[in-house]
Design a protein around this ligand. Structure first.
Ligand SMILES: [Zn+2]
Length: 316
């Protein structure tokens, strides 16, 4: 394969990160501008165009395959229409792909953060040697992306891969999407912290509480993880339970798609190996026997750079 170039744009609530990247994963040029989210959509689009103009000249005459953009909110594909992104003022529905295509005359792809991170792992990270895998972003919520034949699978309207809203208990906790028992309502950062705060009340000597400065409201997955590393039983119990619940959902997806690999990234995914062991045990218990061989749960490799790499990866 020839070494192509692409522009990747990571549109965040505060900054627009942009990079010109080659298909080998080398960053040729990069730019970081304020999003101007508090102004209005034309201002934000202006910043995206400015950022692309900053990096494009560094192609120095080499062909640029296109521009990929990772954006918050719901993305309607095909079309790259960004709908109601949180944290972007006055932004209802914007045909972002068209806007950028008109300006630069290049191929433009727009997708949501989780799908973009999945593409980043497929092209440059933990999934690069696998044609098919499930990607999970375990952080504030639980997002996902399905990589099929090395490409993101988007479904009919672009909504495929929202695995955080798979219910694991029809009588379970109410999720903010309105459904009961979504796995996100148990293991998403906010819910995990809240449930741990309740448990800590009956184990006040837990190291978790000490790390949170004695205030259950200040408990975060990082403190739970640190307490577990220090040998705290409650912390280990909470994380093993979270891993087990996540594994129930993953097992269902692996069964549906006959996949063997799940790559997990996101803030909470920094937890210790024992949590990954719990996830794997649970996945194996939740798929049929003939599918169990070769199931693996692996850590994502790209971290904070996943946004620009995955965005560029969509057009490479
Ligand atoms: Zn939900």
């Amino acid at each position: 394969m020839t070494n192509q170039l692409a522009v990747g744009v990571d549109l965040g609530g505060t900054t627009v990160k942009t990079a010109l990247i080659d298909s080998g994963g080398t960053v040729i040029a990069q730019s970081k501008l304020p999003t101007l989210a508090e102004v209005n959509p034309p201002a934000v689009i202006g910043q995206i165009k400015r950022a692309i103009r900053d990096v494009l000249p560094h192609a120095a005459g080499r062909t640029v395959a296109g521009i990929g953009i990772g954006a918050p909110g719901l993305i309607q594909n095909p079309g790259g229409i960004v709908k109601s992104p949180p944290n972007l003022n006055g932004w209802d529905e914007v045909p972002l792909a068209d806007e950028i295509r008109r300006e630069f005359g290049l191929r433009v792809e727009v997708d949501n953060d989780a799908n973009v991170a999945a593409v980043a792992e497929a092209k440059f990270g933990a999934g690069r040697t696998h044609r098919d895998f499930l990607f999970i972003i375990w952080g504030t919520g639980v997002g996902g992306g399905i990589i099929l034949n090395g490409e993101i699978y988007r479904g009919t309207t672009g909504g495929a891969g929202e695995v955080g809203h798979i219910s694991i208990d029809h009588n379970g906790l109410l999720c903010n999407c309105g459904t009961r028992g979504c796995v996100e309502a148990y293991v998403g950062q906010k819910y995990l912290s809240k449930r741990t705060a309740e448990k800590v009340r009956s184990s006040p000597s837990s190291k978790i509480l000490e790390l949170a400065g004695g205030d259950p409201e200040r408990i975060t997955p990082l403190f739970i993880s640190q307490a577990a590393e220090a040998g705290d039983d409650l912390a280990k119990e909470v994380l093993v339970e979270a891993g087990t619940l996540l594994g129930v959902m993953i097992g269902g997806v692996m069964s549906t798609l006959d996949f063997r690999i799940t790559v997990i990234g996101g803030g909470v995914s920094a937890v210790g190996d024992f949590v990954y062991d719990a996830i794997l045990r649970s996945v194996r218990n939740n798929v049929q026997k003939p599918l169990r061989d070769g199931i693996r749960i692996v850590r994502a490799e790209l971290g904070n750079d996943a946004g620009v790499f995955g965005a560029a990866g969509m057009v490479l």
